[in-house]
Design a protein around this ligand. Structure first.
Ligand code: F6R
Length: 607
């Protein structure tokens, strides 16, 4: 949520910053701006996309030091005035900020009392004034003075006309990276903005600040004592971070198509055929510790939460350990009991979702053990956990998550297998699951091959104002994820329900205008599911059924989508993939910007 970039070096900063902002647009895309320090400080900012900013950027905006921002509104609507960077009254200071200043209202009132005129509705603006009002001699001292007054979360970058050789950055709860180039240095909230220039990066820790000049960077704490954060080479493929459509297709599409490969990466080196188990070294738990786990609690938000529910089923089924998933955004507000023999699992693509991060911190504060299933290497959640595994989905750019979610499912399957095999799961079952997991990449490919038929079904669904996604037990989180994807990008009302609960209320809504997407795998519940389909059909409700070949749907009038059969426990993954395509084609049919759905941003770093 919100992207930050900064530059200090020998090049003209403005175009470089705008280009880097283009790579951060998935973090926020309602306004953007840059500030450049040359002979004076100049700011250009606009409501709209980065391309709108590029259009109004002055031809001459000289300066080799600058900061930039792409915004996702939290305080005040998307307007030119509310866009970052924010400046003080004299125009000497400019600030970009990601996060929320909790005491902004009090600080705004105090500044107004002091005679300062505020020109935006934002929390960030106060920071620019506080820096300007500090009488410290150095920019670092001014920033620290301002930080002493604010409460909240931030990734911040500050430039000052009086200190034209530097950018000062600070981090508390929102990510900040420093990139090391050749006689030039970069700052960003996200690796995506840096990789074109450098892959040598330092991650700031919470509570840390850095001074960044063309020749290097130094890190320090709020009391101005030095810290020893150093830059490291990260092993990434810069081309994977390119934004924008590939071959004219939205990123969501290419990311869906990448799933056979990303699932294969997530499995690589983690299956042990000889002992019919999985090895997740990153858990840092030996067999004795794994056996001591009495309960598993999974925490994630949005789609990560729904995949967490799929993961909980896998763990209960394979390891016979009670497991459940909970929305991380609710968890800490109900004063949860943290148990020493519960294994907590945080699941997150970005590794930055503040609700998940705060849940992890709460558990650790109370002495619980948390492992992470995280995609972004070195991210806050990955670092806050006691151990865990990386998902290896590769960079996910589209806001609607697809390939990260399927690798999360694989992560849970591996965890369940390893937990199961130190308990009662037999060698035969272990072998069955190892083989099932190995088959997944090719089977995903088969589902993707059925795109045309799914696209036809999606066009019909797109016409409905409101629809249901239903499933039972293993199929219910699949339905939840399907509904989530559909509403996110098609803006249609899509509600997920347990198929068994339909007759307890929602059946009243079924009509020819309200279609249902039903998840009906070939399993122990097929007959009951088919009976529920008859109830929908009898009320004229149009049906799209995601199922396995061989499931007899009798004389039901349905649009049928068959997926390959996997091991039963692994079925949810293959049942999820057609729902991604359904949502995608419905959004395309409705003419929406699939990669940048309204009101949403890729990583949610505010509560
Ligand atoms: C849905 C989606 C969101 C995220 C959620 C958690 O397509 O993208 O619901 O799943 O915001 O994000 P991460 O996984 O980054 O913690």
């Amino acid at each position: 949520m919100c992207g930050i970039v900064g530059y200090v070096g020998g090049q003209n900063a403005a175009p470089l910053l705008v280009e880097a902002l283009g790579r951060l647009e998935h973090r926020g895309y309602d306004s953007a701006g840059v500030a450049v320090v040359g002979s004076q400080l100049r700011v250009t900012k606009r409501a709209g996309r980065v391309r709108d900013l590029a259009e109004v950027l002055p031809k001459r905006m000289p300066g080799r030091v600058g900061i930039g921002h792409t915004r996702w509104a939290t305080h005040g609507p998307a307007t030119d005035a509310n866009a970052h960077p924010h400046t003080d009254e004299s125009g000497a200071v400019a600030v970009v900020h990601n996060g929320i200043i909790d005491n902004a209202a009090a600080l705004r009132a105090r500044l107004v009392d002091q005679g300062v005129s505020l020109v935006s509705d934002t929390d960030t603006e106060v920071f620019a004034h506080l820096v300007a009002l500090s009488d410290a001699d150095t920019l670092e001292g001014k920033v620290v003075d301002a930080l002493d007054a604010v409460e909240g979360t931030y990734g911040l970058a500050v430039v000052h006309a009086g200190f034209p050789d530097r950018v000062v950055v600070a981090r508390n709860g929102s990510p900040l990276l420093v990139g090391v180039g050749d006689k030039e240095m970069f700052v960003a909230s996200d690796l995506a903005a840096l990789v074109r220039h450098t892959t040598t990066v330092a991650h700031l820790a919470d509570g840390e600040l850095a001074t960044v000049t063309a020749s290097g960077f130094t890190t320090f704490r709020r009391d101005l004592t030095r810290t020893q954060t150093t830059a490291r080479e990260v092993d990434v493929d810069p081309s994977a971070y390119e934004h924008g459509p590939i071959d004219g297709r939205p990123r969501m599409y290419t990311e869906m198509l990448e799933q056979p490969a990303s699932v294969e990466r997530a499995l690589r080196g983690r299956l042990d055929e000889r002992f019919a188990t999985a090895h997740l070294g990153g858990l840092e738990m030996d067999a004795r510790e794994l056996r001591a786990v009495r309960r598993v609690k999974i925490l994630g938000c949005g789609s990560a939460y729904y995949v967490g529910q799929m993961g909980a089923s896998l763990i209960e089924e394979l390891a016979r350990v009670p497991a459940d998933a909970e929305a991380a955004s609710e968890f800490r507000y109900r004063s949860p009991v943290i148990e020493p023999d519960t294994l907590y699992v945080a699941v997150s693509q970005s590794g930055e979702t503040i609700d998940t991060l705060l849940a992890v911190e709460e558990i650790r504060r109370k002495g619980g053990r948390v492992i992470g299933l995280v995609n972004v290497v070195g991210s806050a959640i990955a670092r806050a956990c006691d151990g865990g595994i990386y998902l290896h989905a590769g960079p996910e750019i589209a806001v609607a998550s697809t390939k990260a979610l399927t690798t999360m499912f694989v992560g849970f399957a591996l965890l369940a297998l390893q937990l199961g095999r130190v308990r009662d799961l037999s060698v035969a079952d272990g072998r069955r699951l190892v083989a099932g997991l190995q088959n997944l990449p090719a089977q995903i490919e088969q589902v993707l091959d059925g795109e045309e038929r799914i696209a036809q079904a999606a066009k019909a669904l797109a016409e409905a104002e409101s629809l249901f996604f239903v499933g039972r037990v293993r199929g219910f989180p699949v339905a939840r994820e399907g509904a989530q994807k559909f509403k996110e990008i098609s803006y249609r009302h899509a509600e997920a329900y347990q198929m068994s609960e339909l007759k307890h209320g929602p059946l009243a809504l079924i009509s020819p205008e309200v279609p249902t997407v039903a998840i009906v795998p070939d399993d122990e519940l097929t007959d009951r599911n088919v009976a529920a389909l008859h109830e929908i059909d009898a009320r004229g409700g149009p049906l799209v059924v995601v199922t396995h070949a061989g499931v007899d749907l009798g004389d039901l009038r349905v649009e049928r989508i068959d997926v390959p059969r996997s091991e039963r426990e692994l079925d949810p993954l293959l049942l999820t993939v057609p729902l991604q395509l359904l949502a995608y084609h419905a959004a395309l049919a409705l003419g929406h910007d699939v990669d940048k759905p309204r009101n949403l941003a890729k990583s949610v770093t505010v509560e």
